[in-house]
Design a binder for this molecule. Structure first.
Ligand SMILES: [Fe+2]
Length: 390
């Protein structure tokens, strides 16, 4: 029987090659004053950029251009918001990776809300954000976080007292998501790998989440199927349009599944580690995916009864192996092997390269939450997992 679930609202999603060119018609004449947020100057490499930019200008839009070149901090949001707060911005358009889309999402929410953004951050601020914002468009140029379909913006401060926290309200989901896979063609292999592993982790973790439901499971399996077919191909040959489209689609789905089903231990680590150390989010997900899933599988195999998580891991192993008629435990082990193998094939870096040492591991473990993970682990296990990726 299909269980009950709640589905959060979605943006108007326009998916497919060439959708970027339709930006002017979807912004519409009623939104004249636009804040375009980008990551760096790389957006100028987008082939259709000049055409879209000229069309917006010829339609009488005023374009303000803001930039954010790293994972956004609360100060970044406050200073960008302060610049444009009195500029009567009608729409924020974020074109870039997850950091740019999260920054745009937060700015669109803070342009019409008083105070520093920290006041509204989950677990930090004293208020819940009211959900008011200016019209927000997300245009991903990488395949990773799925921020184009989520209702939260992750902000971080790194260091000893660092944190990664979300500004969240279901109204903050973008109004419009223009997902044009052709925009990801210039994404370099290292970002294709890390972002792709982030999307993969998000899909796998929401599939295995204790809060998953029939709807999120269907989307997660669809996304995982596309990652399995596309990630290595997009990494090896960035011009493989079919693989790029598969990755854009999977990343977009991962945003929907994570918003509705939650995430597991890999993202628990991403939150604690990402606060203490300046490590790209995608790299944390990619480097820890194999080891966390190995621990999950081993713990599940020690249980006497087979439950839904055994079945789900086995289904993944069957998909990845393409081999029929093996036992559930064989498929579960195959899934764990597959994650490890992919991490190696994609040359995903290790935590030690970013300054993490053995002395840091207990502190990281103690700050790691993994409530929705299919298995609950003690601090010693968490430390052991981290140790495998130092
Ligand atoms: Fe993620």
């Amino acid at each position: 029987m299909v269980g009950s679930f709640k589905l959060l609202r979605l943006p108007l999603i326009l998916f497919g090659n060439g959708q970027f060119k339709r930006l002017p018609e979807h912004i519409g004449p009623q939104r004249q004053n636009l804040l375009l947020l980008t990551g760096s100057t790389s957006y100028r490499q987008i082939r259709e950029w000049d055409e879209v930019f000229s069309k917006l200008q010829s339609h009488g839009h005023t374009l303000h251009i803001g930039q954010i070149g790293h994972e956004p901090s609360p100060d970044d949001i406050d200073s960008l918001t302060a610049i444009y707060r009195n500029a009567a911005i009608d729409s924020v358009i974020a074109i870039g990776g997850g950091s740019v889309m999260d920054a745009g999402k937060a700015i669109s929410a803070m342009l019409v809300t008083e105070g520093p953004v920290t006041d509204y951050l989950e677990g930090v601020g004293k208020y819940k954000h009211p959900g008011t914002k200016v019209f927000f468009t997300a245009i991903p140029t990488t395949s990773g976080t799925g921020s184009e379909t989520t209702a939260n913006a992750v902000l971080s401060i790194t260091g000893a007292n660092g944190f990664k926290r979300s500004l969240r309200h279901e109204n903050l989901v973008p109004d419009l998501a223009l997902v044009d896979p052709a925009l990801t063609l210039s994404c370099p292999p290292s970002i294709t790998a890390a972002g792709g592993m982030d999307a993969f982790t998000q899909l796998v973790e929401s599939y295995l989440s204790t809060k998953s439901n029939d709807y999120t499971d269907a989307l997660a399996v669809e996304g995982i199927t596309h990652i399995h077919k596309s990630l290595l191909r997009a990494f090896t040959n960035g011009n493989d349009m079919e693989a790029r489209a598969g990755m854009s689609y999977a990343a977009m789905l991962s945003g929907i599944t994570l918003s509705n089903a939650g995430l597991g231990l890999v993202h628990g680590f991403a939150s604690s580690l990402g606060g203490f150390f300046n490590i790209p989010h995608g790299l944390i997900g990619g480097t820890l995916m194999g080891t966390v899933n190995r621990y999950n599988v081993n713990a599940l195999l020690q249980q006497s009864d087979q439950g839904p998580f055994h079945h789900k891991y086995a289904r993944l192993g069957e998909m990845f192996s393409g081999i029929q008629q093996k036992s559930a435990s064989w498929y579960m082990q195959f899934a764990a092997d597959y994650f490890d193998q992919l991490t190696a094939q994609l040359n995903i870096g290790r935590l030690g390269e970013y300054g993490v040492t053995e002395a840091d591991l207990e502190r990281i473990a103690l700050h790691t939450d993994h409530k929705a993970n299919p298995v609950q682990f003690g601090t010693a296990d968490l430390v052991d997992m981290l140790k495998t990726r130092l």
